[in-house]
Design a protein around this ligand. Structure first.
Ligand SMILES: Cc1ncc(COP(=O)(O)O)c(C=O)c1O
Length: 437
């Protein structure tokens, strides 16, 4: 027992960063969204895990029937979902929703609903779906497109018959070009009658640049396309993994949620920008689409599940509920503003280095260029590529700029000072300030 206990203690604390020391094996975190979970919520989580509550099948609107014995955590999941729905601009009765294990799972379910809606049983197996996003859209959409047999090939996601996954260009800030969505859908609808289902993915925001697509403009486009092609099915999914708890509290970011009447599903993460626990996310879906993916099972006494996640920890629902109630709307507002002001601070510091910084809608700052190799041993940085004029889809292989990014979290204030000092040292061979503390 002592041996197991020692091993667990060692491994649990092995290289795990905390806000007051974000060094992992000598490297400081720059591009990783994490915060320490609220200590109270961690205590609640630990306590709730002492029983093995299972929220299988729990959703916002099935109060009358869930797996017996876990009513406490199931009620808190429904209350939590109702609060988040409101943040996303929906009245609780307008949408359904359920917790997932994170935005990857939420995106998969969103894509499945888009693929299945209005589908007749005889067409279940045939691929008749095309997905549209930007080249900055998160790779979980690639994975969903592959899993759902919409774009079975990771390397070339556009199929000859018009189905597949189309990664469109963005403007210079990283927002998808809405005119490209329009052109592509019009062309595919005209040339490929086999394509009956069109799914548009809106980013709120992108993993690398923190850019938020113009969701209201896409919404208006979908209204237009629905009138033009009444026989087709259109689905609008918003990936709000990063933005769900920030964008709604910022005046300069247009609405990302259900006030846009064509938005059918919104995926969120509860831990990225909040002091929550990894493994907590949710999907919200308009009421009329909620049962599109429902599976029934006699032994689950809830009339089946509408989610691809089966058993899920009731304890996580309890902890997330605690976090949202403790923060309240005012706390969420303050959290969003705090992250944005940390981002401004990071921008100011980086600007002094004469780097090209992409404008950011959310607290993620994309920096043009390669991260200096001399510093790779000291910082954890995510790098990617970006078309130079921002207008080409990724698959055109000329004119790319490299980018790396800073995800503005509380620990970044200190790390960015280290980084800018070291950057100067790399540039000018002077002033390394590792002793900046
Ligand atoms: C925009 C976006 N969507 C989805 C995801 C996937 O989230 P998770 O890792 O919680 O599944 C991420 C993760 O970084 C993301 O940035």
């Amino acid at each position: 027992m002592a041996e197991v206990s020692d091993q667990l203690k060692r491994n649990i604390s092995l290289a795990v960063p905390r806000s007051d020391d974000t060094t992992v094996k000598g490297k400081k975190i720059i591009s990783f969204p994490f915060q320490d979970p609220l200590p109270f919520a961690t205590r609640v989580l630990a306590k709730a895990f002492q029983t093995n509550a299972n929220n299988i099948g729990t959703r916002l609107h099935n109060a009358d029937g869930s797996e017996g014995g876990f009513e406490g955590s199931q009620e808190l999941e429904r209350r939590l979902l109702s609060m988040i729905a409101e943040i996303l601009g929906a009245k609780s009765e307008e949408v359904d929703g359920f917790m997932t294990l994170g935005a990857t799972a939420s995106n998969l379910d969103g894509m499945q609903i888009g693929r299945e809606k209005g589908r007749t049983p005889d067409k279940q197996c045939k691929n008749t779906t095309a997905i549209f996003g930007s080249f900055l859209t998160h790779y979980s959409i690639d994975r969903a497109a592959k899993t759902l047999n919409i774009a079975p090939n990771f390397d070339d996601t556009e199929n000859d018959d018009g189905t597949g996954y189309y990664k469109l260009g963005t403007d210079g800030r990283g927002r998808v070009l809405v005119e490209q969505i329009e052109e592509k859908i019009e062309r595919i609808a005209a040339e490929h009658p086999i394509v009956t289902h069109f799914i548009v993915v809106g980013n709120a925001g992108t993993t690398m640049l923190g850019s938020v697509d113009d969701i209201p403009q896409i919404d208006a486009l979908i209204t237009k396309l629905k009138a033009r092609f009444p026989e087709k099915h259109f689905h609008f999914h918003v990936d709000a993994a990063f933005g769900a708890f920030v964008a709604p509290f910022l005046r300069d970011v247009p609405d990302i949620g259900f006030r846009n009447k064509n938005v059918g599903t919104v995926g969120v993460d509860i831990y990225k920008t909040l002091p929550g626990h990894v493994g907590s996310g949710a999907l919200f879906v308009r009421r009329d689409l909620a049962n599109v993916t429902r599976s029934s099972s006699e032994y689950v006494p809830i009339g089946g599940s509408i989610s691809s996640v089966g058993s899920k920890p009731g304890a996580m629902a309890v902890a997330c509920y605690a976090i949202l109630r403790l923060l309240g709307k005012k706390g969420l507002q303050e959290n969003a503003q705090r992250l944005m002001s940390i981002a401004s601070f990071a921008r100011d510091q980086l600007s002094e280095l004469n780097l090209h910084l992409f404008p950011n809608d959310l607290p993620i700052i994309g920096v043009s260029g390669r991260f200096p190799v001399e510093l790779l041993d000291y910082y954890i940085v995510h790098e990617s590529t970006f078309p130079l004029n921002g207008r080409q889809p990724l698959r055109e292989d000329s004119g790319f700029a490299h980018i790396w990014n800073v995800v503005a979290m509380p620990h970044i204030e200190k790390n960015i000072l280290h980084l800018t000092a070291d950057y100067r040292w790399v540039l000018h061979g002077r002033n390394s300030l590792w002793n900046i503390d």
